[in-house]
Design a protein around this ligand. Structure first.
Ligand code: NIG
Ligand code: FE
Length: 413
């Protein structure tokens, strides 16, 4: 029989909406798990009795949260964009840099130059950085290959990252990130190639879980996104999009119509679009890192999301250009400081709401019976400290699928 594990003397942020308060806190609680799944999360009174062979852990009054969920990253890439950072600071805009062949396209060139193994080696330490801040589930997008060989290599690296770390990796095909030079002046042909060739073979090989499109004046139109999302849905893949990063696009409306998982980068969104997303149950994924690095001034419509109860997730958007950010806790802090989200909203944004944005709301992002045993121990007096005190707190312990992750291998990379 596999052992049953017990942890007591803890304060639990369950994030379970059926528990009390915004974060569903249980003071002096008990967590019981076996085989990577939670068997009991609740007060000490109602807990099942222990057996002599059980592994019992004293949490010493620490706080426990679900494992964090980073629901939007682009963490596989080649090269770096240090020069672009300098240009941005001198006043060039992200769109101008992109139009001159910099930005995403410069990373495509550098990514295509790397082998699958080199891409894996580059990405693994980045994933370790996220794990050090408590991330146990991550979404990763392709989109720096833009051809058959390199898009597939990126997708395969995602599966290998999951195998190497044990964390849950959700794989998104973002072939519609930029127009590759081979298709200059033939944007519809590129979209058709993705819909008719790339996606069917990727789906047949089980290489992806979802399809994203960069819906933007400098990228793809809402009509092209619709073609791609419909193709994805026919193949049984989920759909999501970058739909309001630099300007309002029709992408959010299409996502609402199609019942997408999430609308991401939503600074530029109309009130009607927020209503449509709310009615369709689409989550909003907020990416304060990109807002910060691009010195954006258009705020996402946080009040409208609140009023219409659109779940607000927060993610790092980790990528080499618009958001070279390796800490989900920093992203959570930025969402509070830059946009006045509350610390409770930020906690939900990196747990329950982020899991919902990945379609994993019934397994991840909360601590309750039947959920995966992914959780983090924080040695703080008040959980707001984890969000407030920037760069100061690291997980004291992390359990992933019920197993204690030793901190040493993480720090070695
Ligand atoms: O999420 N907006 C498009 N995609 C990325 C940017 C990637 C890049 O600049 O390399 C983003 O911001
Ligand atoms: Fe992004």
């Amino acid at each position: 029989m596999t052992p049953t594990h017990w942890m007591h003397n803890i304060h639990i942020m369950t994030m379970d909406p059926n528990q009390s308060g915004a974060l569903g806190v249980i003071n002096q609680g008990v967590i019981v798990w076996a085989d990577g799944q939670l068997i009991y999360v609740g007060s000490a009174d109602g807990a099942p009795s222990t057996n002599p062979e059980d592994n019992v852990i004293d949490g010493q009054g620490a706080w426990v949260s679900p494992g964090l969920v980073d629901c939007h990253t682009h963490l596989i890439w080649g090269g770096n964009r240090a020069g672009e950072f300098e240009a941005l600071l001198e006043g060039a805009s992200y769109a101008e840099i992109a139009k001159q062949g910099g930005g995403i396209m410069s990373t495509v060139t550098a990514t295509r130059a790397l082998s699958e193994q080199q891409l894996f080696d580059a990405a693994l330490p980045r994933l370790h950085r996220l794990m050090e801040t408590g991330v146990t589930t991550v979404e990763i997008k392709s989109g720096y290959g833009l051809d058959d060989v390199s898009e597939r290599a990126m997708l395969r690296v995602m599966t290998r990252l999951q195998a190497a770390t044990g964390i849950q990796v959700m794989r998104t095909c973002l072939a519609a990130h930029a127009l590759p030079p081979e298709y200059k002046g033939r944007q519809d042909d590129y979209v058709a190639w993705i819909a008719d060739h790339l996606l069917p073979s990727v789906a047949a090989e089980g290489l992806a879980d979802a399809v994203d499109v960069f819906c933007e004046e400098i990228a793809f139109t809402a009509a092209q996104a619709e073609t791609l999302w419909r193709a994805a849905q026919r193949l049984g893949l989920q759909v999501k999009g970058h739909v309001g990063q630099l300007s309002v696009s029709g992408g959010a409306d299409v996502l609402a119509q199609l019942g997408g998982l999430s609308a991401d980068h939503v600074e530029y969104l109309t009130d009607q679009q927020v209503t449509a997303l709310s009615q369709a149950g689409v989550a909003a994924v907020l990416l304060p890192g990109a807002f910060y690095f691009l010195r954006e001034t258009q705020m996402p419509p946080i009040d409208s999301f609140r009023r219409l109860q659109v779940p607000m997730a927060i993610a790092t958007d980790m990528n080499p250009g618009s958001s070279p950010l390796g800490s989900l806790l920093t992203a959570a802090n930025m969402a509070c400081v830059l946009w006045r989200m509350t610390p409770a909203e930020a906690w939900l944004g990196i747990t329950r709401h982020a899991a919902m944005a990945l379609g994993l709301g019934n397994r991840k992002g909360q601590l309750q019976q039947g959920y995966d045993a992914d959780f983090v121990l924080w040695q703080v007096e008040n959980p707001v400290q984890v969000i407030h005190e920037l760069g100061i707190h690291r997980p004291h312990r992390i359990w992933l699928a019920g197993k204690l992750l030793l901190p040493n291998p993480l720090i070695a990379h």
